[in-house]
Design a protein around this ligand. Sequence first.
Ligand SMILES: Cc1ncc(COP(=O)(O)O)c(C=O)c1O
Length: 275
Amino acid sequence: MLVNGRRVAQVRADDRGLAYGDGLFETVRVRDGTAPLWRRHMARLAAGCARLALPPPDIALIEAECMAVADGLTDAVVKIVLTRGVGGRGYAPPQDARPTRVVSAHALPVPYTRTAAGGIAVRWCDWRLSAQPALAGIKHLNRLDQVLARAEWCDPAIAEGLLRDQRGLVVCATAGNVFAAIDGALCTPELTQSGVAGVCRATIIAERLAGDVVVVRDMLPAELERADEVFVCNSVRGVVPVSSLGARTWRAPGARTRAAIDALAQLGLPSESSP
Ligand SMILES: Cc1ncc(COP(=O)(O)O)c(C=O)c1O
């Protein structure tokens, strides 16, 4: 672990990242010294810095630190945390903020449990996401919505929970974005009010990994439940097919999900399969 470039494992107790969640993070898959979605991770980090009025990140420095902590690892997750640093009286950000940078390497997460149908079981969460257009999309450190949604279940057979916003519209999974093939079109929810604009999601949309143009639109829970196929995705696990949601079941992966898994693997990011 590197904290501001030093091999220590502590940050100060008065760091604003700890006190207020005043900062950003990225979790980057690094395979044999390359991070396939690096450019998009850095674009989101830079957008987050601009949104929070943090100094722009030193991308070359962060890249060098990521590669240093992942050195010798064939497949790892590198976490980058960037906070506004220490100090400031109360909430008021210090004028001369000196950001804290934490870069650490971790093993890949244990793959999700799969059902016999080949995908994961998901549930609806009761927790509704907060709406804040000014923070929607960026990966800031305030993740209480996700923590409390994920605390709703501990059945290991349920891999993920789907989240709705205050209006009842589908937004995402607790730790990933969601896509659904509805009436022949691959769709994913708008993220204008809440949610994280995932780099895996952005790659699927921009590079048409599932074949078709993706329709980004409001999505009702009932539409997702009647979809022909559903998958969740993030930049660590890749594309993961959904095979059940309550009583609704799918054979997984569907054709578009398969296409997205294959195309992402071509880009150097293999999706997880069964343990
Ligand atoms: C809340 C949330 N949404 C979306 C994502 C997907 O983001 P990415 O594709 O950048 O990993 C994540 C990733 O962990 C997440 O925690």
